[in-house]
Design a protein around this ligand. Structure first.
Ligand code: 13P
Length: 245
């Protein structure tokens, strides 16, 4: 399948910086689909820069409800309305900073699907969990709890992001990534059937131009979710160019 290289811009950048970054990506990439996920306030401006081109725009979160008295929150319908096609859900920073549980992520993903957005559901173990030998069981449990029915049929995307690899410059070994991705594929096929063989499984956590090719060569790694390196257009494009021909 054609890989997806997604940029999670997190809480970075002025409006002008976001527009300039988007302008640098406007041509897309030859061998990968590209997605950028700016902060909510920059979504419309970034979408305007990228409209009609090959690069998709997504958000970094949404609320589980379609509307209502939820100060500070944004609904999936609102995101769709301003041109977003994807939404990252259950990122470990949201799980940690906002106490999001698998049940919350599940509800948000259901709202995203109902609004016609493609959810990018994030899972991943902490360092303590990996050291305790629990990485596979943690990820399997998060997948089971976070992913709603209909996810695979709607083209939902999963991102494996070990918490200890995010923003640290450390990554699991390629064998460790391959093992988790194989486990995720097996779990998804077990629940959703053969259709889940086409579900994109992204790796995220300190992806850089220098390690991207090795990651993309692994079985069941169908792209990347990139944080820091997605804030520099040349680096993000270099990661996308590392997709095997
Ligand atoms: P880094 O690429 O900065 O490690 O961030 C990964 C991430 O959290 C993407 O969602």
């Amino acid at each position: 399948m054609r890989p997806l290289v997604a940029g999670n811009w997190k809480m970075h950048g002025t409006l002008r910086e976001a527009q300039a970054l988007a302008e640098g990506l406007r041509g897309g990439a030859e061998r990968a689909d590209l997605l950028v996920c700016p902060p909510f306030v920059h979504l419309q401006a970034v979408e305007a820069v990228l409209r009609g081109g090959p690069v998709a725009v997504g958000a970094q979160d949404c609320h589980a409800k379609a509307k209502g008295a939820h100060t500070g929150d944004v609904s999936a319908d609102m995101l769709r309305d301003v041109g977003a096609t994807h939404v990252i859900l259950g990122h470990s920073e949201r799980r940690a900073d906002h106490g999001e549980t698998d049940a919350v992520v599940h509800a948000k993903a259901g709202a995203a699907l109902a609004a016609g957005l493609t959810p990018v559901i994030c899972v991943g173990e902490t360092e303590a969990q990996r050291l305790a030998g629990e990485a596979e069981s943690v990820v399997t449990e998060q997948l089971a709890g976070s992913i709603p029915d209909g996810f695979v049929a709607a083209g939902g995307i999963v991102a494996y992001e070990p918490v200890w690899a995010i923003g640290t410059g450390r990554t699991p070994t390629e064998a460790e990534v391959a093992a988790i991705h194989a486990t995720m594929r097996k779990a998804l096929v077990g629940r959703f059937g053969e259709a889940a063989k086409a579900t994109r499984l992204l790796y995220g956590g300190s992806v850089k131009p220098s390690n991207a090719a090795g990651l993309f060569a692994l079985p069941d790694v169908d792209g990347a979710l990139v944080g820091g390196a997605s804030l520099v257009a040349a680096d993000f494009l270099a990661i996308a160019a590392a997709v095997p021909a």
